[in-house]
Design a protein. Structure first.
Length: 462
């Protein structure tokens, strides 16, 4: 019996690994990978479940996940996938070599545990890179924590600071994990919307702004934190210094924590990225979160970090050491080498922090032109690697598609009929505001020329 259970667990684990790999690498139309290996056993497990054994209350309302739905559908229909945000081209060679060398070289210790909340070489590199950008000396040992991706840093931030009933201001549209992370910590999300100003001609992410009065009225005595995502996913908005100052002033006035997700910090096009943690009085109340995955095009490595005052970081460390404790040493070493190298050529056009946005800018313009040609109105992003397109003028027979919003049905229809996969923008809105996103779909332009050419072929035959 024991052996049978272990075998089952191993097979289910393998199936999940196969599914994730298949999904990400687009290997399959994937039904084979999605069917439970032993459906009858799963069933008997659920029949025997005691009524006491159920998901916790704090998981309620957090089970939906947009990536699972549309990435699976893209794989099932073998669609060209310009939905999920990861580069489908190679990271810099020297970064890959640094990872290979970390495991194969003489320093065997790099295959073992390192300092729990941050590999020393990496926290040092992060402190050296960001100290001048933040306008202060960042203490690598007490003001930086390294986590499994930016996701890890976000999760620790919510768990460390949000208590039952605390309100968290989320600016929508918003990167989808902020809501479940708030709920799982017992918090109450409060939404403030970015809305497009009327424009003539080409509209850009800078046209999407919040209303000062609406923002101000969201702050009250229950507000514990605000989440700022800059550059913004999905809009590609870079907040202006004035906008950030307005948020900063409110944070200081109401004694509120700022969780600033800056994973796309190097990807800026026609505007300059300002770090809210560098504004006067903000370091002590801001957690600035970054991602090696986005910085070096290595999203699969899942190395991220948070920086902030020691009194903030110490609580993230507590969550981290009581949950994951550690992220993988070779990847941390390789990211440190990457940061050191880019710092040594920071002002050169070869610096990856400059060369990647230069290449992406061309891709952005190419995608915007293609979308315009088929009548989808692109919103030109100032940062990040996503672009929204207004699809309200595009005709499609959506009567056969399931879903509550037009954009969701449209994406399903497009995957099925045009073999092109994107992400519906209503997924980035709270339940009661989904209608605000339903005229838009999100394209990821951080893709190889081959992928973008395949997308162009589809759009040209539209
Ligand atoms: N924060 C933002 C704003 C992100 O976009 C991401 C990851 N990318 O999302 C994929 C997509 O929108 O298609 C993260 C955090 C997570 O970063 P990491 O991969 O370092 O955990």
């Amino acid at each position: 019996m024991m052996i049978c259970c272990r075998k089952t667990a191993v097979q289910i684990f393998r199936r999940n690994i196969c599914y994730v790999a298949a999904r990400n690498f687009g290997l399959v139309g994937s039904d084979r990978f999605l069917e439970p290996v032993f459906p009858s056993i799963n069933l008997s497990i659920s029949r025997k479940m005691s009524s006491k054994i159920r998901g916790t209350k704090r998981l309620e309302g957090t089970d939906e996940n947009v990536w699972n739905v549309y990435t699976k559908m893209a794989a099932d229909f073998k669609a060209v996938n310009v939905g999920q945000g990861f580069p489908d081209f190679s990271p810099p060679d020297y970064v890959k070599e640094a990872l290979a060398n970390a495991t194969a070289g003489d320093r065997h210790i790099l295959n073992q545990y390192t300092r729990g909340h941050g590999h020393p070489r990496l926290v040092n590199a992060i402190s050296k890179l960001f100290s001048p950008l933040m306008g202060r000396d960042i203490d690598p040992l007490n003001e930086v924590i390294v986590t499994t991706g930016a996701y890890g840093a976000l999760f620790c931030s919510f768990q460390a600071f949000i208590e039952d009933g605390d309100e968290v201001i989320i600016i929508e549209p918003f990167y989808d994990c902020y809501k479940p992370m708030t709920l799982m910590a017992g918090g109450v999300p409060k939404y403030v919307s970015l809305r497009p100003k009327a424009t003539d001609g080409q509209s850009s992410s800078a046209d999407w702004v919040f209303d000062e009065k609406e923002l101000r009225s969201a702050f009250n005595s229950k507000t514990k934190a605000i989440v700022v995502n800059n550059p913004h996913n999905p809009l590609g908005k870079l907040y202006t210094r004035e906008e950030l100052q307005m948020i900063a002033d409110l944070c200081i006035e109401h004694d509120v924590l700022c969780i600033s997700d800056e994973v796309y910090e190097w990807l800026q096009y026609d505007a300059k990225h300002v770090r809210i943690g560098s504004l006067p009085g903000m370091w002590d109340r801001t957690l600035t979160i970054g991602s090696a995955g986005k910085t070096f095009s290595v999203t699969g490595w899942k190395i991220g970090w948070a920086m902030g005052a020691p009194e903030l970081i110490k609580h993230l460390v507590t969550v981290w050491q009581n949950s994951v404790f550690h992220c993988n040493t070779p990847a941390a070493e390789a990211v440190a080498i990457g940061i050191e190298k880019e710092m040594s050529r920071f002002d050169s056009p070869d610096c990856y922090f400059t060369s990647l946005p230069r290449e992406l800018r061309e891709k952005r313009d190419q995608v915007a032109k293609l979308l315009s040609e088929v009548g989808m109105k692109p919103i030109l992003p100032n940062g990040g690697y996503f672009m929204l397109a207004d699809i309200s003028g595009i005709e499609a027979d959506l009567s056969g598609e399931e879903g509550e919003t037009r954009d969701g049905k449209f994406v399903k229809w497009m995957i099925r009929n045009k073999k092109l996969a994107t992400i519906p923008v209503s997924a980035f809105y709270s339940a009661s505001h989904k209608k605000m996103g339903e005229n838009y779909i999100r394209f990821c332009f951080c893709k190889s020329d081959e992928t973008l050419n395949s997308m162009a072929d589809i759009l040209k035959q539209w």
